[in-house]
Design a protein around this ligand. Structure first.
Ligand SMILES: Nc1ncnc2c1ncn2[C@@H]1O[C@H](COP(=O)(O)OP(=O)(O)OP(=O)(O)O)[C@@H](O)[C@H]1O
Ligand SMILES: [Mg+2]
Length: 463
């Protein structure tokens, strides 16, 4: 089952997934930057203390010594948060003052003329160390004096944490705010759609007037336009259907009224012969009504919607045409009409509904036999290779050029053709042809007069 995609959900997803990835990346970068800041800030203080300590190293006399009263030492060591260690060490390794167990800087004295900072461990704790090699003018043999101060990392870690939270938390807040605004914004943006929905939901099923496009967002206009377009076509179709029902009712009323009159007439008769005559007329009238009802049914069945769900199957057009033509021979003989069939002698496959195709060809033959005078000629032909074609030709009076469009309309009849009918035959044929995706056209028969109706089918495809 396809998931129902919500615009809101999609937008949030597109926003939150990248931000969700970027946020920890940004956090990591912020962590290192914060650590760098914290480190350089406290390194300066540590260096100041180291310099102060170094200033007390006296290298003037016969030995190097540290001139630092205990109070000053306490001041140097004082720190609220961290433990502070120091060491003054001669180049030959002798510790002059301070804590033992100090590490050595990663830089050798001969390469160093500035302060050195490094991370190490002292008495089991991680420490930051500032180291200074003092110049030793008087005792070069003893090497340079090394002054080091170390402090645990509590302050630094704390500052790093503070900077980090100061950066990362607001970012998280921004992300949440952005998500909220997207959520809210989409809701607002879609509000006009809701109005359209309400407008459509509250209207009656008869109201096919267009939905008002004004105020709708640019993006949904095409959709509304399409809906309006559909409404209009639906309206046209409904109107056509209503016209058709009205016409059909009108057409049915005439023969039914005739039946009633004839029945009343028959009832008034006492003479057997008159009764017989009236009843014969009654039968003719009833047959006409039945034919009309059947035509209406055929029309309904040929409607594209109905025909689509009907039974389409591969069939041989040549064989179907031959059979229907054979069925019509007796009718043609009554008028002494020569009804013939010309086929290709091999199957012409088309994809269609055999019932509807018989109906269509039957209507064409009905017209040909009906409108062709006594002793005329009617031919059913099947030809064409890729696009099989069916033609019904006669040498009757023909259909005037000006009428060739109109004869396909429902209930349209050419005046003065001297035969009765309801004008539905060709309309039915056209519906069936359209439902099959085929084409119909009227042409001149091969003789000098007469009618030819051609139906051109689509190329046959397997399946
Ligand atoms: N083969 C033909 N020769 C001459 N005129 C024709 C022929 N076929 C159709 N027409 C003309 O076209 C008109 C429309 O034909 P259509 O079959 O739709 O209706 P109809 O034959 O009059 O009535 P229905 O078929 O419903 O009984 C007819 O009235 C007739 O005048
Ligand atoms: Mg007809």
């Amino acid at each position: 089952m396809p998931r129902r995609a919500s615009l809101r959900g999609q937008l949030l997803l597109w926003l939150l997934v990248p931000l969700g990835i970027l946020w920890p990346v940004g956090g990591t970068v912020a962590y290192f930057v914060a650590k760098g800041f914290a480190s350089s800030a406290y390194d300066r203080f540590l260096l100041d203390s180291t310099r102060a300590l170094a200033a007390q190293v006296k290298d003037a006399g016969p030995t190097v010594r540290l001139d630092l009263p205990p109070v000053a030492m306490d001041i140097l060591r004082y720190d609220k948060l961290d433990r502070v260690y120091f060491q003054v060490r001669r180049g030959d390794g002798e510790v002059l003052a301070g804590d033992r167990g100090f590490p050595l800087p990663p830089v050798k004295p001969r390469f160093s003329d500035g302060p050195i900072f490094y991370n190490s461990r002292l008495h089991g704790a991680a420490v930051r160390v500032a180291a200074l090699y003092l110049p030793s003018a008087h005792h070069p043999a003893a090497g340079r004096v090394l002054v080091q101060m170390a402090e645990t990392r509590v302050k630094r870690d704390q500052l790093t944490r503070e900077i980090l939270t100061g950066v990362v938390l607001p970012q998280l807040l921004f992300i949440l705010l952005a998500a909220f605004f997207v959520w809210h914004g989409v809701g607002r943006g879609l509000r006009p759609l809701k109005q359209v929905q309400d407008a459509i939901a509250h209207r009656s099923h008869r109201d096919l007037s267009p939905v008002i496009e004004e105020g709708a967002p640019e993006e949904v206009r095409p959709l509304m336009h399409a809906i309006n377009d559909l409404m209009q076509r639906l309206g046209n179709a409904l109107a056509a259907q209503q016209r058709f029902i009205a016409d059909a009712a009108h057409q049915l009323r005439t023969p039914l009224a005739g039946l009633k009159t004839q029945t009343e007439f028959a009832l008034r008769q006492t003479d057997m012969e008159n009764i017989q005559h009236a009843l014969r007329q009654l039968t003719t009238g009833a047959e006409r009504s039945i034919r009309l009802a059947n035509q209406l049914l055929a029309l309904a069945r040929a409607e594209p919607e109905a025909a689509r769900s009907g039974s389409r199957q591969p069939l041989d057009l040549a064989e179907l045409a031959r059979q229907v033509a054979a069925d019509w021979v007796p009718e043609a003989l009554k008028k002494d009409i020569d009804l013939g069939f010309e086929g290709p002698g091999e199957p012409r496959p088309v994809y269609g509904d055999p019932f509807l195709l018989r109906e269509a060809l039957g209507n064409l033959l009905d017209n040909a036999v009906r409108y062709t005078p006594h002793g005329g000629k009617v031919t059913v032909r099947v030809f064409g290779q890729k696009h099989p074609e069916l033609a019904v030709e006669d040498n009757g009076p023909g259909i005037p050029e000006a009428e060739r469009e109109s004869v396909f309309e429902r209930f349209y009849r050419v005046l003065g053709n001297g035969s009765d009918g309801s004008g539905l035959g060709l309309a039915i044929v056209r519906e069936i042809v359209l439902a099959h995706g085929a084409e119909i056209r009227l042409g001149d028969a091969s003789g000098e007069r007469g009618t030819a109706v051609f139906i051109r089918f689509q190329r046959y495809r397997e399946g």
